[in-house]
Write a protein that binds this ligand. Structure first.
Ligand SMILES: [Fe+2]
Ligand SMILES: [Fe+2]
Length: 358
């Protein structure tokens, strides 16, 4: 069944090809995994739920959504200066992370097609969605005379290996945080249309429903694997994944505060709202969630962001490498100390409330 399916490649634009951003811990990453182990996952405990999500993905509600309307047909020269720079950075980062999802899902679908048809089909449909998202963002970059060379990215990026358990937990979280990022921005701009300086934002409402469905699929997959939630090791890992994703989100949003300010959004409030919502949602999948109401929680994350800005300033300076390194060491240690303190905060048990929030 899945054999005949063909995943569309995101459209590649030629003019003004943009060199990919320099890779740091915070740039979107490309992942690979143990495909054999994924093929062997026993999903029987949640097969009806997974099949229902595959049926929903097949229905392809957003089939006609990603078509550029007449609002795009104009010059965007009026977006200039810092707003233009920050917006292009946002487009590039979003496009790279959508494309990273596309590559992973496409490879999973290809490797699983003869082994695990339900999973293969789901990954095929999710790759289709991510290809559309990346292609749409790349076309938006075209409006600013730039495009990401996605072929070059495919060939030259380094791939980080994650075992299937990590892939399931981290992709689940990244889909759900992606949902909240898009929908919160959409709702804000709907209420404040004067800040909507480019029509891309109009597409986020239906777009984020794709991410939500992807997240639901990963939730069902995660719950079909009891070893991912019914023991103390899983609880420790989940806290680590949640904190990593929330810390990365904070550093990324606050480092790009000028973009959020350009659309009238307070980056601190946006960061808090996205993290709180994602944490609440994660209670449906994970055995524990983090105590985001603890007074230290956002204070320490924001301090990490302040330190991160100082590290970036040192990186950008003309000092010799060794001087940069020596100046960065105490700052990196300070970030580790904050994250460790956050990791050790008492988590909230989500197993007890699962039935109530599902
Ligand atoms: Fe996406
Ligand atoms: Fe997605």
């Amino acid at each position: 069944m899945a054999k005949s399916l063909q995943t569309p490649e995101p459209e590649l634009l030629k003019p003004g090809v943009k060199a990919p951003v320099q890779e740091t811990l915070l740039t979107p990453r490309f992942y690979t995994t143990d495909f054999e182990a994924v093929a062997q996952l026993d999903i029987s405990a949640h097969e009806p739920e997974l099949q229902a999500i595959v049926d929903e993905l097949r229905a392809d509600y957003n089939r006609h959504h990603f078509v550029r309307d007449s609002e795009f047909q104009q010059s965007w020269e009026q977006i200039d200066g810092e707003t233009r720079r920050a917006f292009i950075d946002f487009l590039e980062r979003s496009c790279t992370s959508e494309f990273s999802g596309f590559l992973l899902f496409k490879e999973l679908s290809r490797k699983l097609k003869d082994r695990n048809p339900i999973l293969a089909e789901a990954f095929h449909f999710m790759a289709r969605d991510e290809a559309r998202h990346a292609g749409f963002l790349n076309k938006a970059m075209g409006d600013f005379n730039l495009s990401l060379d996605l072929g070059y990215l495919t060939r030259n990026r380094t791939y980080t290996f994650f075992p299937p358990e990590w892939i399931i937990c981290t992709v689940y979280l990244s889909e759900k945080i992606g949902y909240w990022r898009y929908i919160i921005m959409y709702r804000y701009l709907e209420a404040h249309p004067e800040h909507k300086f480019y029509p891309l934002f109009n597409y986020f409402e239906s777009w984020c429903q794709d991410e939500n469905r992807h997240g639901d699929f990963f939730k069902a997959l995660l719950r079909s694997q009891p070893q991912l939630w019914n023991n103390w090791k899983a609880r420790l890992w989940v806290r680590f994944f949640l904190l990593s994703v929330f810390a990365t989100h904070t550093l990324t949003v606050l480092e790009r505060a000028s973009f959020y300010r350009s659309i009238g959004i307070n980056p601190y409030e946006y960061n808090i709202q996205v993290i709180e919502k994602t944490n609440e949602t994660a209670a449906r999948a994970f055995p524990v969630i983090l105590d985001t109401n603890h007074p230290e929680f956002f204070r320490r994350l924001e301090e990490c962001s302040d330190i991160n800005v100082k590290i970036a300033e040192i990186e950008a300076s003309n000092s010799p490498k060794i001087v940069k390194f020596l100046r960065k060491v105490p700052l990196i240690l300070a970030i580790i100390r904050h994250l460790l303190r956050l990791y050790l905060l008492k988590p909230i048990d989500a197993e007890l409330t699962r039935e109530a929030v599902c």
